[in-house]
Design a protein. Structure first.
Length: 291
């Protein structure tokens, strides 16, 4: 009869699981968020170990996504970041049903007003303007406010004669804003054109994923284009392209490595080296240290 007795299961801090195992004695529990699964190798990892490794899988080297605040903390010198336009929030230009409620819910969840954080920062004492897109906010989709915040950041960099660095991470244009969203491609690109006319430096850092209208505009306009390893970078989806050209695409198509091989990316940089590489680029371009 012992074969049919309930065994003592390990719970994961879930109230429902506790009820199911209420009769078991001294059930050990694991706090929520202690473990995380790597999507690349499917291994269950100790979350603290992953965070200490800059959110890179210690087993296979796969990259977990960073949110905007984590990215800024990793790249910018402590205490130097000054955010711009942090309270700028989107409207609903097309009266899209449920859009305002969805935006409010995501704002509460992420603590962000929109899908990009912009501001002034220093990288190893070298001043620059930074824009960091966040995939947690509607997959970093480019709506009117994302375009406006990036444009204002570029214009500030132009006015103060500073380099600008944009970390891209986006699913593309935001469908709920339709044509208004697509117009941001031209607006940001025009601002970057004026920045370039002044002989100023623009660096893009492509992270996973960078797709759609963001790829088709400012992501690929950098004077220097860097990327994290194995980042997904492309415009249309793989299946759409294959159906259009009636050909099967290479296995590594739309990866950072594929784009590097074909001249679209200048260098793939590991996350642990990114700050020092950016500082070196700024130094080469005569960006002087802040005294």
């Amino acid at each position: 009869m012992n074969l049919f007795k309930r065994t003592k299961y390990l719970t994961v801090g879930n109230e429902e699981s506790k009820d199911i195992n209420a009769n078991a004695e001294e059930i050990p529990t694991i706090p929520d968020g202690m473990w995380i699964k790597c999507d690349k190798c499917n291994k269950i990892l100790y979350n603290k170990e992953v965070e200490e490794n800059l959110k890179v899988c210690p087993n296979c080297g796969g990259y977990f996504r960073l949110n905007a605040r984590e990215r800024i903390s990793l790249i910018v010198d402590d205490g130097t970041f000054k955010e711009f336009n942090e309270n700028m929030t989107p409207k609903n230009p097309l009266n899209y049903p449920g859009y305002e409620g969805k935006i409010k819910k995501i704002q509460e969840k992420t603590g962000l007003s929109e899908g990009v954080v912009t501001g002034y920062g220093e990288i190893e004492k070298k001043p620059c303007i930074i824009a960091v897109m966040d995939s947690n906010f509607m997959m970093g989709s480019m709506g009117s406010v994302v375009g406006e915040k990036i444009t204002l950041a570029v214009e500030k960099a132009t006015k103060e004669r500073l380099p600008i660095i944009i970390f891209t991470c986006s699913g593309g244009a935001r469908m709920q804003e339709g044509m208004v969203s697509l117009m941001q491609m031209a607006k940001v690109s025009a601002a970057l054109g004026k920045h370039s006319d002044k002989g100023l430096l623009y660096i893009t850092v492509l992270t996973d994923p960078t797709t759609g209208g963001v790829t088709a505009s400012f992501a690929m306009l950098g004077d220097i284009i860097l990327s994290e390893p194995k980042a997904l970078i492309g415009f249309a989806g793989r299946r759409v392209i294959e159906q259009t050209i009636k050909q099967e695409l290479p296995e590594d198509f739309q990866t950072a490595e594929f784009l590097l091989e074909h001249g679209f990316v200048d260098k793939i940089v590991e996350r642990k080296n990114l700050k020092s590489i950016l500082a070196t680029i700024l130094k080469i371009h005569n960006v002087r240290d802040v005294k």
